[in-house]
Write a protein that binds this ligand. Structure first.
Ligand code: ADP
Ligand code: MG
Length: 481
């Protein structure tokens, strides 16, 4: 076997053991440079790929090579790549006359059907039921753009993704209903739509409907006006997979909730699959009817959190590749460090870079270009300025403890814990000195503040409830109201 064949065979195995999106992000475009003694040398196109291959995927790589009969113990990655582009530039190939780069690394490249699908235009706003596929007699509202293949997995979303995949295995029987929740722009709709796509692509005539709860309400109101409520309900009872996005908007709408409850029950009793998303857990959706809430809680609940640094990097790389945008590592790091809470905003940054790069026919962007282009986005996307008063107010509202009790007395356990969380936030978010923190709480000693910080830091790792509380508090603190 030539070296190239060896590496292709190894890649074939690696591809089976990680997700397609991860594979595309880290392994596409790699090649083997040498395989000598017990060391393999691999060429990668950037520093992240080097780091990930050497540190995170090294066991998988070793295993796949050793399965081919080699006994490799060490992996070395060499970063090479942008040179090609550099040499193009030095040859004077101008961006205007150069052919527009095709999507080099498309996760769905080999899939011919996806070619057509990718060319479909998507306009969710204009047409409520926009993707009519296969032998569906009605439109499903499923956008072929969102798939599991192009969904990057990180610790923030792996549970939610696994639950969604499980649902696709066997509709209606594994997790029913499946309830996903998480903040804005973190991939809920993407996952929901991926379920829809997977089921539609199975081509077995299953009826799928994706609808937002707002649209559902609107359609219900229309049917009431037109006196076609029965038809409205009949239409739903024929569905095999009902996906309701952003269910928090049902909150407080009694009539809608009531009809939804009946539809839900009809489907549920027939073992039809229901998947729901919301920006908060069922418990936290105010004025949700109890019977509906307990139905939601009766299935599987999975949350999606903000992506950690590595996941943000992986997402940026994947999306940049999709857009044929070549970015240096330092630009990717710059974006990942400055846009931390929302994947939609990460995409927004890339869109802006792509637009400017194409408009000015730039062959490559420097870090300063990128900083300049993203100036407004990053400074306006920056955290709202938070004060220690905001922290006290938020925590006292969240735990329903008066801010006086929080600051002064109150020795009950809940009050003491809430106070420690407030101290933790002041240190973590505002980087206040411990003495200053002590002063905010009736002149307590700085060691009390230090102890509180350490204690909460530890609890976040051990106690799921505290972890979630902190997560919600932080979101609440920075949300602009
Ligand atoms: P939400 O519904 O939670 O507000 P979306 O599903 O609309 O968020 O996600 C916002 C954007 O970010 C979408 O374009 C989506 O494709 C993208 N996105 C979110 N999470 C991921 C991920 N893990 N991998 C790739 N793209 C993602
Ligand atoms: Mg959404």
């Amino acid at each position: 076997m030539t070296l190239e064949e060896v590496w292709n065979a190894a890649l074939g195995e690696i591809e089976l053991s990680i997700s397609k999106a991860q594979f595309n992000t880290w392994f596409k475009g790699t090649c083997i440079l040498s395989l000598e003694n017990d060391r393999v040398s691999i060429r990668v196109s950037n520093g992240f790929a080097k780091e990930w291959l050497e540190n995170k995927y090294h066991l998988i790589i070793l295993k796949s090579l050793n399965n081919l009969g080699y006994s490799v113990k060490e992996i070395r990655c060499k970063v090479e790549g942008p040179q090609e582009k550099e040499s193009q530039k030095s040859l004077g190939i101008d961006a205007v006359s150069a052919p527009i780069p095709q999507k080099e690394i498309s996760p769905k490249k080999e899939d011919s059907s996806s070619f057509e699908r990718n060319n479909q235009t998507f306009s969710q706003k204009e047409t409520p039921f926009f993707s009519q596929r296969h032998n569906q007699s009605f439109q499903s509202n499923i956008n072929p753009r969102y798939t599991f293949e192009n969904f990057i997995v990180g610790t923030n979303n792996e549970l939610a993704r696994a639950a969604c995949l499980a649902v696709c295995e066997d509709l209606g029987s594994i997790y029913n209903p499946l309830f996903l929740y998480g903040g804005v722009g973190l991939g809920k709709t993407h996952l929901l739509q991926s379920i829809g796509n997977t089921i539609l692509n199975q081509n077995n005539g299953k009826k799928v409907l994706y609808i937002t709860s707002e649209k559902f309400t609107q359609e219900l109101i229309n049917s009431i006006k037109k006196q076609t409520v029965d038809q409205f309900k009949d239409q739903y009872s024929a569905i095999d997979l009902l996906i309701i996005d952003d269910v928090q908007f049902l909150s407080g709408r009694e009539k809608t909730q009531n009809e939804f409850f009946h539809i839900f029950n009809t489907l549920y009793q027939q073992n039809k699959q229901i998947v729901i998303s919301s920006d908060r857990p069922p418990k936290a959706i105010g004025t949700l009817e109890d019977r509906l809430r307990s139905r939601f809680e009766g299935g599987m609940i999975a949350d999606i959190n903000k992506p950690e640094f590595e996941t943000r990097i992986a997402i940026l790389q994947e999306k940049a590749q999709e857009k044929s945008l070549s970015l240096s590592d330092e630009i990717i790091i710059y974006i990942a460090e400055n846009i931390t809470s929302n994947i939609r905003e990460l995409e927004g940054a890339l869109n802006r870079l792509t637009a400017i790069q194409q408009f000015h026919h730039l062959s490559h962007l420097t870090l300063d270009d990128a900083k300049n282009i993203l100036k407004e986005l990053i400074s306006s996307g920056k955290k709202k300025v938070v004060t220690h008063q905001d922290i006290i107010r938020n925590i006292s509202e969240f735990y329903e403890i008066s801010s006086e009790d929080l600051k002064q007395k109150g020795r009950k356990k809940e009050v003491a814990t809430a106070r420690q969380i407030a101290m933790y936030f002041m240190r973590k978010e505002l980087n206040m000195p411990y003495t200053g923190i002590g002063r905010c709480f009736g002149g307590r000693d700085h060691t009390t503040a230090l102890h509180a910080f350490e204690k909460i830091k530890k609890l976040i790792e051990q106690d799921e409830k505290i972890k979630k509380d902190i997560h919600h508090l932080k979101e609440k603190l920075y949300s602009i109201s």
